[in-house]
Write a protein that binds this ligand. Structure first.
Ligand code: UDP
Ligand code: MG
Length: 343
């Protein structure tokens, strides 16, 4: 039996009490977003007021060190459409999203955006229309990035590399900005992987998926919260979790090495027995030794990367810990860990 909830934008009047659950959850993770917060709220409010859909907004505080959590608390305690989840520390964007997807109650679809308004929330209508046509995943494809050349090239290169090596069909130039159906969200909630690459997991789930082109806006206010190290970790998660390539390449390198060695051996034998020449080339020997010590270390490192992943997954820790939840304008009791782990 669904709980009584109020929705300011339900069909009849603004304080109408309904028994219905929200149809759509808009999910936005926030980490130190004080500067852009007021803009985010006013844009989201405008979207909700225009839309005939019942919408809840799920905001996730990813352990912000500024006033973000306080601002979120204020909005959630005064506006029933806002559902706020506070994590115990900074876990990173992908985990914050995971927490948001787990908390969302939208019965039809979840609309995932960035909290810095780089992904325009107004596109909900267009994305939802695609959902109604029968698509389970509607993902955004960036036409143009308004970031510096270096970052743009790195992104473009990474997505193309990922597409070439991945065993799931990942669309080019698409990030987490998407609308996913309830059943896709349910599957995501059941995927226990620790190193999360949500756009890859989303592709893995399948069903009918479609891309919609959009122009990615520049960040509205504040600094990007993704550091180079964090982006690198995200890229690693994509490569190691969605490709067998790193392991396969070790085997291929090994075979190539043996091939080269055989040719060298044959050449040496011919020199020795046909031309009665003494084999030369201590420099070459040294070079080969150093080269392949390097190759072997890389191979070990690649294997280590998988061992590490197995190690972290084997611990079976919850993906995040909740500090606080405010929904339906009330602070909710947070059960220690039980709620935090994926069930
Ligand atoms: N974010 C987060 N936790 C983090 C880093 C970022 O929740 O540790 C949020 C951030 O507040 C923003 C979104 O993730 O809403 C995207 O981050 P950012 O804008 O820094 O990434 P970029 O747009 O540069 O890829
Ligand atoms: Mg951003």
């Amino acid at each position: 039996m669904p709980k009584k909830r109020t929705f300011a934008n339900s069909d009849t009047d603004s304080s109408y009490t309904t028994l219905l659950e929200p149809q759509i959850s808009i999910i936005a993770p926030l980490y130190n977003e004080t500067e852009s917060f007021p803009y985010l709220i006013s844009r989201l409010n405008a979207v909700m007021e225009k839309s005939p859909l019942r919408i809840e907004v799920v905001l996730i505080d990813d352990g912000s060190r500024d006033n973000t959590a306080l601002l979120m608390q204020q909005v959630a305690l005064t506006d029933a459409r806002y559902h706020c989840v506070f994590l115990s520390r900074n876990y990173g964007h992908q985990i914050a999203l995971t927490a948001g997807i787990a908390a969302a109650r939208g019965s039809e679809a979840l609309f995932i955006i960035d909290g810095d308004l780089q992904d325009p929330p107004e596109l909900l209508t267009e994305f939802y229309a695609k959902y109604q046509e029968g698509y389970d995943v509607v993902y955004a494809i960036r036409k143009k990035r308004k970031e510096n050349v270096l970052k743009r090239t790195a992104y473009a290169g990474f997505y193309r590399f990922m597409k070439a090596i991945s065993y799931v069909d990942m669309p080019l130039d698409s990030g987490d900005f998407s609308l996913i159906s309830r059943r896709v969200a349910d599957v995501l909630n059941q995927m226990p992987e620790e190193s999360r690459f949500i756009r890859g997991m989303r592709s893995w789930i399948g069903f009918k998926q479609i891309g919609v082109e959009y122009e990615r806006d520049a960040r509205l206010a504040g600094e990007p919260k993704y550091s180079f190290k964090m982006l690198q970790r995200l890229a690693y998660n994509g490569i190691f979790n969605f490709s067998e390539y790193p392991v396969k390449i070790i085997t291929r390198l090994g075979m190539l090495t043996i091939g080269v060695a055989m040719i060298y051996l044959i050449q040496t034998l011919i020199k020795r027995f046909v031309y009665h020449d003494v084999p030369q080339g201590f420099t070459a020997l040294l070079f080969v030794m150093v080269l392949f010590s390097g190759v072997q270390l890389i191979a070990l490192g690649l294997i280590g990367e998988y061992v590490l992943r197995i190690f972290f997954q084997a611990k079976g820790r919850p993906l995040y810990v909740l500090r606080d939840v405010i929904k339906d304008q009330q602070r909710q009791p947070v059960m220690p860990l039980k709620q935090a782990s994926l069930s």
